[in-house]
Design a protein around this ligand. Structure first.
Ligand code: XMP
Length: 514
């Protein structure tokens, strides 16, 4: 491996991707592997450092995840976090026991500032603890370098062998000096140079793509979302007109989105590529007519996408490569990287490879986390409104219109959503909310407007705060902002006479309506 790398060995804890992201924020490339990964593979990768993550088990139980002791004899620095710290002590001859009380939450920790891990950290600082088991005795050769009121070993070190164990979670933002601690590990202990930067990623990717593609033809399904946009620009910078992007406007995009995508990627835009926009709105509306069941709608939208794409691909003829916007969390969550369960199968380009005649798939963003994709996008000069676009589901407004989809309902939800987004931006709330949008219920109710009776639809406003989109809370939007949005929607969008705000968290709700 030519790139300087720190490896995270995953023992199934909830913060594992976060550990890797934090290391990368220190400009050091980091990959996640399951604890089942053979040590020979780890040796081949020749990492600068290894981090063992937390996990839900007790290391002294017979069937708990473990690792060969040889790991600590490779001369490569190892940092154990939480379960990883306990496992290191357990395997090297220390003692781990069940504590009388669980230590959980923000905790005051006293650190030895002479430890290379704690350089620049105050003697007393705040850390995030979450554990039942504790290290009651450190392994031979280790010194305690941090403790809390209830935890005699909050961190231990064997400086000579470059082995470090931390009971708390430096990767979590509640650990006030967490970032410095991880940075100390990668720089002071592992002696990394810090060469993982998006400008060099962009440069080396462009070179690698050129070398791989040669004078071949490349096809990309462009959705206008962040991942496919960044992938497309990267490819276009590398191979220009050898790239063809097909953008299917299924009529279920947000207001003006189709034109916005065309303005950036089309012939008037700054990039030198072949851009094909397929206006398939009518085709989708007629397929969706009369269909109410959510899964059936999703299926129709997905299948129709494949059909449209197939037709375009046939016109283009055989291509050498097909681009996919896979990103690193997709790789980890599909069970290829870490230990986390398969959470979702990936749907954006579901089924595409089968319908196109091509030799190989190119996944230029496969190593990147979402925030890195955004940084690469900015590096490539993609407009900020595209780079910081909110997540938008593949089936689009099709799953934000409850029940049957019609062109008129699409107009309602597009207009209401545009007003909502405008007001959220005006109130400067968009940085605090992770996803927000308007949706359309299939409920109609009686109202009065002027002196007239109305019988119109109800719009629902959704706004959530979330870290991983697997769980979410409704955002606390000031009432006056909600009132303003309600009043504008009712006055400006024909066909709406009520506006609701959705307070449901996930679970039990989902973020989208269907
Ligand atoms: P849910 O509704 O499952 O949404 O709580 C979680 C996140 O995933 C997005 N989402 C999708 N994204 N294709 C996508 O690309 C889909 O079919 C899809 N369904 C939901 C949703 O917008 C939210 O960010």
């Amino acid at each position: 491996m030519k790139r300087e790398t720190v490896i995270v060995i995953d023992f199934g804890g909830q913060y594992n991707q976060l550990v890797a992201r934090r290391v990368r924020e220190c400009n050091v490339y980091c990959e996640i592997y399951s604890y089942k990964t053979d040590i020979e593979k780890i040796k081949e990768m020749n990492p600068k450092g290894i981090i063992l993550t937390g996990g839900p088990n007790s290391c002294y139980e017979p069937d708990s995840p473990t690792y060969t002791k040889e790991l600590f004899e490779l001369g490569i620095p190892v940092l154990g976090l939480c379960y990883g710290a306990q496992l290191m002590m357990h395997l090297l001859g220390g003692k781990v026991e069940r504590a009388d009380v669980r230590e959980y939450g923000k905790t005051e920790v006293f650190v030895n500032t002479e430890s290379p891990l704690f350089t620049g950290v105050e003697e007393t600082t705040t850390c995030w603890m979450s554990h039942f088991d504790y290290i009651s005795k450190v392994a031979p050769g280790f010194d305690i370098c941090a403790h809390t009121k209830d935890c005699p070993v909050a961190a231990a070190e064997n400086r000579e062998k470059k082995l470090y164990a931390i009971q708390f979670h430096p990767e979590v933002l509640h650990t006030v000096r967490g970032k410095e601690i991880l940075s100390n590990y990668v720089y002071n202990v592992c002696q990394c140079a810090g060469d993982w930067k998006m400008d060099s990623f962009v440069k080396s990717s462009i070179e690698a793509i050129r070398e791989k593609v040669g004078d071949g033809k490349v096809l990309c399904a462009l959705s206008g979302g962040v991942d496919s946009s960044v992938a497309a620009v990267l490819l276009s910078k590398a191979i220009g007109k050898q790239l063809t992007c097909v953008f299917v406007d299924h009529g279920l995009l947000r207001k003006n989105e189709g034109d916005e995508v065309e303005a950036v990627f089309g012939p008037e835009g700054p990039y030198d590529l072949n851009f094909i926009r397929v206006n398939a709105q009518e085709r989708y509306y007629s397929k969706l007519a009369g269909v109410e069941e959510p899964e059936q709608k999703r299926k129709i939208i997905g299948e129709e996408f494949i059909r449209v794409f197939e037709e375009e691909a046939k016109k283009i003829g055989a291509v050498d490569y097909l681009v996919q916007g896979t990103i690193y969390p997709d790789v980890v969550e599909s069970g290829l990287g870490g230990e986390s369960a398969v959470i979702k199968s990936h749907h954006n380009v579901g089924g595409l490879p089968d319908c196109v005649d091509f030799k190989e798939i190119i996944e230029p963003l496969r190593d990147l986390f979402k925030d890195e994709v955004r940084k690469a996008g900015l590096e490539l000069g993609i407009p900020e409104y595209l780079v910081f676009r909110q997540p938008f589901p593949g089936p689009g407004l099709g799953i934000r219109i409850i029940g049957e989809v019609t062109a008129d309902k699409v107009r309602i939800v597009q207009d209401a959503d545009a007003i909502y987004r405008e007001e959220i931006a005006k109130a400067e709330l968009d940085q605090d909310i992770n996803q927000y949008f308007a949706a359309l219920t299939n409920m109609r109710s009686v109202g009065v407007m002027g002196d007239e009776r109305t019988y119109d639809y109800a719009v629902v406003l959704r706004a959530v705060k979330t870290i991983d989109f697997m769980t979410a809370e409704a955002a606390d939007i000031p009432f006056d902002v909600l009132q303003k949005v309600m009043s504008r929607i009712i006055n400006e969008v024909k066909g709406v006479n009520r506006v609701f705000y959705d307070l449901t968290s996930k679970p039990p709700g989902t973020i989208e309506m269907e």
